[in-house]
Design a binder for this molecule. Structure first.
Ligand SMILES: NCc1[nH]cc(CCC(=O)O)c1CC(=O)O
Length: 310
């Protein structure tokens, strides 16, 4: 038997490389004979650094080049942060693995202040996420929210250079990069509802590639899959990409799934929240029902405004 090998398409940011290395490591533990190599590449999202993401438009800013590599056979799998993956896939590709979820929370990072509540009136907070902005502004209308682009390391450097009093980032990203000590406060999901799939890694590959599918299968996590199914179904029904003021977070209690959803205006003046519980087998239907309720409560107007503005 010839020795098998797998090529992992990955972005070149430190976080993306860490994630790809992590999956490589897990695959090699599972299959000691397997050769696994990384194929690093740049995506459009990595190149456009000066514009707020919501204004760049176009879904899948960070995944298209990786998908092209899969379709052209230059790589066998792509490792993604679940929350950056668009809801639709090119023909022949799909998310075949949803890994176990890690910390889903947003993190408050600041050299001077220990928590959001300690920030003085008018403090400057950096985040380019409309979801984080709207929840922050709803809670603290006095704060000045400023755009903050770039990979995790770039954002921390801007904070350290004194451009902001504090910034908000995904806790999982900092933890993966070994910078958990920079988290001053992990924001409870009640105050900062995460993006769908936050803290979850997912693997995309060619659906017809049975050999790769079989090698990857042990990495799939059924709980994480059901939670992500519900969260993404809600997002899809709201027609939201990842650069929208939408939060979605599901938890499991045995066979019951509890999904919370949020749609807000970026200025924080409008914030709709709702939740739903039901059997996990109906994860997608729960997500769709919650989306419908949010739309009926006015989410359609809020989102139309956001899309119209860009
Ligand atoms: N949008 C960029 C991105 N994609 C995934 C993560 C963090 C890790 C994760 O959520 O899995 C981040 C950084 C951030 O939002 O601060």
């Amino acid at each position: 038997m010839t020795s098998q090998s797998l090529r992992i398409a990955t972005r070149k940011s430190p976080l993306a490389l860490w994630q790809a290395e992590h999956i490589r490591h897990r695959l090699q533990q599972l299959h000691p004979q397997l050769r696994v190599e990384l194929v690093p590449m740049s995506t459009r999202g990595d190149k456009i650094l000066d514009t707020p993401l919501a204004k760049v438009g176009g879904k899948g800013l960070f995944v298209k080049e990786l998908e092209t590599a899969l379709l052209e056979g230059r790589a066998d799998l792509a490792v993604h942060s679940m929350k950056d993956v668009p809801v639709d896939f090119p023909d022949g590709l799909g998310l075949t693995v949803i890994c176990a979820g890690e910390d889903p929370r947003d993190a408050f990072v600041s050299p001077r202040f220990a928590s959001l509540d300690e920030l003085p009136q008018g403090a400057v907070v950096g985040t380019s996420s409309l979801r984080r902005q709207c929840q922050l502004r709803a809670r603290r209308p006095d704060l000045q929210v400023r755009d903050l682009r770039g990979n995790v390391n770039t954002r921390l450097a801007k904070l350290d250079a004194g451009e902001y009093d504090a910034i908000l980032l995904a806790a999982a990203g900092l933890q993966r990069l070994g910078m958990a000590e920079r988290i001053r406060q992990a924001l409870p999901v009640e105050t900062s509802l995460p993006a769908n799939g936050q803290g979850v890694l997912a693997i995309e590959c060619r659906l017809a590639d049975r050999q790769t599918l079989a090698l990857l299968a042990p990495l799939d996590d059924a709980d994480s899959r059901d939670r992500v199914l519900a969260e993404r179904a809600m997002n899809r029904a709201l027609q939201g990409g990842c650069q929208v003021p939408i939060g979605a977070h599901a938890v499991l209690a045995g066979e019951q799934l509890w999904l919370r959803g949020l749609v807000g205006s970026p200025d924080g003046s409008q914030l709709l929240q709702d939740e739903i519980r039901g059997p996990r087998q109906q994860a997608e239907a729960l997500g769709e029902t919650l989306a419908r309720r949010l739309l009926e409560a006015g989410a359609d107007r809020i989102l139309a405004q956001v899309y119209g503005d860009r």
